[in-house]
Design a binder for this molecule. Structure first.
Ligand code: PEP
Ligand code: MG
Length: 589
């Protein structure tokens, strides 16, 4: 047996697919003069193969994509014939005796940097094309195998060293039974996405498995406990199949609550909405009885592709979500890349501390062209539903004012163009930095709502990197410092009369519910899979009792003490409701 950390509950049993991890391993030696001809032949062969591949992709996709997308392939073919690009490569081989792959890599870097410096969208897109086609050529020169996932008809358990959010965005969730990674943490965005998609995930799996596991082996994993077993025995499979069935029955029971009003026994109504990052996740949210979307992580819209999405593409997605919510609220968070979220086509600087670096609103206010496009798309979608905009990683009043100023500019443009939008669309900020908590009173004067992002707030309050599994035991949402941050934020928002919600992972932890009820927040937004569990607790937990539970929690000196109070409170609620010990099968609702 192998142990990891359970990051997304559920059991998976099936044949696995081991994702190879290849990085460019470029030769260090120069080539021999005598080998020049052979090096050129390798280069030309690589170009020929790349062209055939691009032509094939163009043919395969011709029925499913429009002329716009098809023209990308023509642009790529043109680069492989471009005399300037090719001369640069040939020159490096011929005059500097560089190996073909080294010359290609350096030429890509050179042109990409050059085009990127130009303040011209068209040239920036060309830079992306060069990188894309250059990487294809490199792949052939280095003989790196194409990663092909198993065919669509065969579900598999994915095993990988690490899985980035953009790799996860590429997967078809219907075929992925479960995922095991050797690195990773429970609060990474990949883990958040896996939970939202209902894919069982175990992270930080013991490295010894890496040496033994091979594509095609049968793997069993439990995303709740973190248990992983390679080639499980028939008995173990049967035992886990039973547990899986019980879990599915419990899910079915909870689904019966999807349409029950989310109120406490003493009448406090709490909006329970969903965090989503794609249209795929919206369906799951709707079937979980979510009251709208409290956090649309738009960065994933930017991921599964080769260039920034245009205004029209973004507008179509936002509008489609707004319409599907049928009047329910839709909080669209502006681009929050950086940290652990990257775009293949947007080079972020190498940073010592990416979570403290060039990311989120900082990028948006720096790259106003990108921000403006997104704001226009969001505004246009506001005509079709209860759309609100939210800015991530706010640390100062100036940032909010600048973002709102750009929003007003976008409004003026749309007005001049005669495009409809909601003039009084609400704006909000994420409270996820200690600085934002400390100036919450000031920030509240600039916006209509707050949404507390506990994932980052915990990381920054405690200085515990949410991605670092070595210190994951220090990542503690119930730390007294975090609890005080939460209280300060809610009270500041209340005093200024704005709405306050929570959208970090803590919102979906049923144990935290008395805290939210005690603080009297307006809404919780969480992974869809948590909504019904939280609702079940909500239906049984009075706000009045929660207030006194909160007093005990706030008076705790340690996280352990706070959690013990919450645990005792839960037991009291359960016992008061049924004199018998709480068991499954208890009717409720
Ligand atoms: C958060 O930080 O709590 C949050 C909701 O944003 P993200 O997890 O996308 O950083
Ligand atoms: Mg965040």
């Amino acid at each position: 047996m192998t142990q990891g950390i359970g990051a997304s509950a559920g059991i998976a049993i099936g044949k696995c697919f081991v994702l190879p991890n290849w990085e460019w391993d470029l030769p260090e030696q120069k080539i021999d003069v005598a080998d020049l001809a052979r090096e050129f032949e390798r280069l030309y062969e690589g170009i020929r193969t790349s062209k055939v591949e691009i032509e094939q992709m163009k043919d395969e996709l011709s029925e499913v994509v429009g002329p716009d997308e098809r023209s990308i392939f023509d642009a790529h073919l043109a680069i492989l014939d471009d005399p300037v690009f090719m001369n640069e490569i040939q020159g490096m081989i011929e005059r500097q005796y560089k190996a073909a792959e080294v010359a290609v890599k350096e030429a890509i870097d050179h042109f990409v940097t050059m085009f990127d410096l130009l303040d011209d969208e068209y040239m920036k897109e060309r830079a992306l094309d060069i990188r894309d086609v250059g990487n294809r050529l490199l792949k052939h020169l280095l003989g790196a195998p194409e990663i092909t996932l198993p065919s669509d008809t065969q579900p598999y358990v994915l095993v990988a060293k690490e899985l980035s959010p953009s790799q996860l965005a590429h997967l078809n969730p219907r075929n992925v039974l479960g995922i095991a990674t050797f690195g990773g943490s429970t609060t990474s965005h990949s883990a958040i996405m896996a939970r939202a998609l209902g894919i069982p995930l175990v992270v930080s799996v013991d490295d010894e498995l890496e040496e033994r596991v091979q594509t095609g082996d049968v793997l069993l994993l439990d995303g709740g406990s973190g248990f992983v077993e390679l080639s499980p025995s028939a008995e173990l499979i049967a035992a886990y199949a039973r547990i899986k069935q019980e879990q599915e029955e419990e899910q079915a029971r909870l689904r019966g609550l999807a349409h029950v009003d989310p109120s406490t026994p003493d009448g406090k109504r709490l909006r329970l909405s969903a965090n989503i990052s794609s249209l795929k996740e919206l369906e799951i949210a709707l079937s979980s009885g979510a009251h709208g979307v409290g956090l649309f992580r738009t960065e994933f819209l930017y991921m599964d592709r080769t260039r920034f999405p245009k205004e029209e593409e973004q507008f179509e997605v936002y509008r489609s979500v707004a319409e599907k919510l049928d009047g329910g609220p839709l909080v669209i968070r502006t681009l929050d890349i950086g940290g652990d979220k990257h775009l293949d086509y947007f080079e972020l600087p190498e940073e010592e501390n990416p979570f403290l670096g060039y990311r989120a609103i900082r990028i948006s206010l720096d790259r106003k062209d990108l921000f403006r496009t997104q704001l226009r798309a969001i505004l246009r979608a506001s005509h079709y539903g209860d759309v609100k905009v939210m800015y991530p990683l706010i640390s100062s009043v100036e940032e909010v004012r600048e973002a709102n100023r750009l929003l007003r500019e976008a409004m003026a443009e749309l007005e001049a163009e005669g495009k409809p939008f909601n003039r009084s669309m609400e704006t909000g900020v994420m409270i996820e930095l200690p600085a934002a908590v400390m100036i919450a009173e000031l920030l509240a004067r600039e916006v209509d709502f707050f949404s507390i992002g506990t994932n980052d707030l915990v990381q920054f309050t405690l200085a515990v990197d949410r991605m670092n599994d070595k210190i994951s035991h220090l990542y503690e949402p119930y730390h007294p410092a975090v609890l005080r941050m939460l209280r300060t934020t809610v009270e500041a928002g209340r005093r200024q009369g704005i709405t306050v919600g929570v959208c970090g992972e803590m919102a979906g932890d049923p144990a935290a519910l008395p805290i939210w009820l005690g603080l009297n927040v307006d809404g919780l937004s969480m992974s869809s899979h948590s909504i019904l569990q939280v609702k079940e607790r909500l239906l049984r937990t009075s706000q009045e009792d929660s207030r006194s539970a909160l007093e005990h929690v706030m008076a705790s000196s340690t996280a352990a003490e706070a959690k013990l109070h919450l645990q005792r409170f839960k037991q009291e609620v359960d016992e008061r409701e049924s004199p018998e010990p709480a068991e499954s099968g208890r009717g409720n609702g």
